[in-house]
Design a protein around this ligand. Structure first.
Ligand code: G6P
Length: 613
């Protein structure tokens, strides 16, 4: 939700700001804005639309200045329009602020300020905060940094803010709570952003600001940090491992397509150094210290949102099947508010690509407060969730830019499979031969995905046939049920076709009423324990004239004879099928969305990193 950038140094700020905002557009893209100080003049430009619209809107106007801030928005308070776009002015218009997050008590603060004569231009919570800060500065007659500190003590909610002031042309003030912020340290210059992607091309040295910390970022001086309770902190400088090439499209039309095609590599990266089928070992260094907690756990609770929640569902099958530990999979947003029962010997696995999802973060804090052990499965290194957990395993899928998650999902499932295998092995709930067989099968998955990717033309052909439907149904059983949910989510996210995922056998308790000759039904009908049952479900659809598009195991004849179209995937162990069967569904959604003229990488109303609840 919203991306923020800022620069102070000897170079022109604007080129970094605009490029940085483009990199952060996955976080929100309904409006954008920048502000720079040039020769004592504060120039603010903002408009509805994407970052490129902002750039075109600024055109030849003055973009000069070597201090500046920028914002790309995902609306929370107030519709996306020019006025609600950030940066927002203070009452005197001498300072501006950008903000990612939600100020929950902005209502009472606004009322209070209105009573004292403040007039607000926008509907945003952000404008209230910058007014409050200036109000405090004037009332208390304190330096701006101190006013920021006092104001933040009055704020309830989440924020990552940067303030630019005409009266302080050599200093930026940044602070965060609940929303991420990274400060890159260059040669006599600082780069600030919501994540490291805009920064990596300029410096590898970064400081991740912690919650309730304020950074005083002064030109030509050392970075200073203090907490909102006025405690000085020593900045902890870390080195970024991210590579610049990973952030480019690399010849693909869209990031989503690139990321789908990256899966053989990203899955290998998820397993690298953790799995050796030859030696018969699975090792997850990040959780070794907490392995005993897993071994003693009477229950695992998985918390996540969106696609990560679907990976959690696959993990439920894996942990119960292999490690014989009961698992509950929870939407983080529900878990956090329903007074859940959490025991001290529960292991909670939090899954998140971005590591910033607000609901997941809050659910972690809740489970932690009840004494449970929290294990993270995150993609973004150093993210808030990765830091909030006791231990964890990174998925190492590399930056995922397309808003619809693809390679992050398969990387999550890979890591969770390794985790379940490791625990099963340690608990002795899996035979040695089955363990070894699964390790070799897992190692063979990337090559099998390569083969699925080679069927792209056929998938595109099928996409063309169904691109104009209004509804679609996705069916699967057992390990393929979460894949059905994920397939449906991919389609609705990026092509805006209404799609539902269902356990195949549940279809007759409702969705079957929707089936007619217009309705495509995508069925995961690979060989395995439920194969015959799924075949019966296919017959039920056919009897109602529904169209069947089936994902089948190579060489299948039975389903092929019934289905309108089939997509073959290489045979693998039943418990690993989701890693392979999801890939054609990702491609199918991708092609349908492109054919419908949709913005695949930035679908309407969505954001990649949901840092608001
Ligand atoms: C958003 C994204 C999804 C993602 C979900 C959870 O809705 O659009 O792709 O699955 O958030 O995000 P996380 O970063 O926690 O995995």
């Amino acid at each position: 939700m919203c991306g923020i950038v800022a620069y102070i140094g000897n170079k022109q700020a604007y080129p970094f700001l605009i490029k940085g905002l483009q990199r952060l557009e996955y976080r929100g893209y309904d409006s954008a804005g920048v502000a720079m100080i040039d020769n004592g003049q504060l120039n603010v430009y903002k408009c509805k639309g994407k970052v490129i619209d902002l750039h075109n809107f600024i055109g030849e106007q003055n973009k000069g200045g070597n201090i500046g801030i920028g914002h790309t928005r995902w609306a929370t308070h107030g519709v996306p329009n020019d006025v609600n776009a950030h940066p927002h002015y203070s009452a005197s218009k001498n300072m501006v602020m950008i903000h990612n997050g939600i100020i929950e008590n902005y209502g009472p603060l606004k009322e209070e300020l209105k009573k004292r004569g403040h007039v607000f231009m926008s509907d945003t919570d952000t404008e209230v905060l910058i007014h409050l800060i200036e109000d405090i500065q004037q009332k208390e007659n304190v330096p701006l940094g101190e006013a920021v500190r006092i104001a933040l003590n009055q704020v309830v909610g989440a924020y990552a803010i940067v303030i630019l002031s005409k009266d302080n042309p050599d200093e930026l003030f940044a602070a965060k709570k609940g929303s991420p912020m990274v400060i890159g340290i260059g040669q006599d210059e600082f780069y600030i952003a919501s994540d490291a992607t805009p920064i990596v091309e300029y410096t590898k040295n970064v400081v991740y600001l912690e919650d309730e910390e304020i950074a005083f970022i002064e030109r030509g001086k050392e970075l200073k940090i203090k907490t909102i309770k006025n405690k000085a902190k020593t900045p902890y400088v870390q080195e970024l491992e991210m590579k610049l090439e990973a952030l480019e499209k690399g010849g693909y039309d869209h990031f989503m397509l690139k990321e789908i095609y990256e899966q053989p590599r990203s899955i290998k990266d998820s397993m690298r150094g953790r799995l050796s089928s030859e030696q018969g070992v699975v090792n997850l260094g990040g959780i070794t210290e907490y392995e005993q907690k897993f071994l003693n756990a009477k229950r695992i609770i998985i918390i996540a949102c969106g696609t990560s929640w679907h990976a959690g569902l696959v993990a439920e099958y894996l942990f119960e099947d292999l490690a014989r530990i009961p698992v509950e999979v929870e939407y983080a947003s529900e878990f956090r508010y329903r007074n859940p029962i959490v025991y001290e010997d529960d292991v909670v696995i939090a899954i998140s690509q971005s590591g910033e999802t607000a609901d997941t973060l809050a659910a972690i804090e809740l489970a932690k407060s009840k004494g449970a052990t929290i294990i993270g499965v995150c993609n973004v290194v150093g993210s808030s969730i990765a830091r909030a957990t006791h231990a964890g395993s990174y998925t190492h899928a590399g930056p995922e830019i397309g808003v619809a998650s693809t390679k992050a999902f398969t990387a999550q499932v890979t890591v969770l499979t390794l985790m379940a295998l490791r625990i099963a092995f340690r608990k002795g709930t899996i035979s040695s031969s089955r363990f070894h067989q699964l390790l070799s099968e897992l190692e063979a998955i990337p090559a099998k995905i390569e083969r699925v990717l080679q069927t792209n033309d056929k998938i595109k052909y099928i996409a063309d046939i169904y691109k104009n439907v209004s509804n679609a149904l996705y069916l699967g059983r057992g390990y393929s049920f979460p894949v059905a949910l994920e397939g449906a989510l991919k389609l609705k996210e990026i092509s805006y076709i209404h799609a539902e995922g269902y356990p195949a056998a549940e279809m007759k308790h409702g969705p079957i009423a929707l089936i007619d000759e217009e309705m495509p039904v995508f069925v995961i009908a690979t060989k395995g324990t439920s194969y015959e049952k799924v075949v019966s479900n296919i017959q039920e659809v056919k009897a109602r004239k529904g169209k069947i598009i089936a994902i089948v195991t190579e060489g299948d004849t039975q389903v092929k004879a019934m289905a309108d179209y089939t997509i073959e995937i290489p045979e693998t162990d039943e418990i690993l099928v989701p890693l392979v069967s999801v890939v054609p569904l990702q491609l199918l959604s991708y092609h349908i969305a492109v054919m419908r003229g949709c913005n695949v990488d930035q679908p309407r109303n969505l954001a990649k990193s949901v840092t608001v609840e």
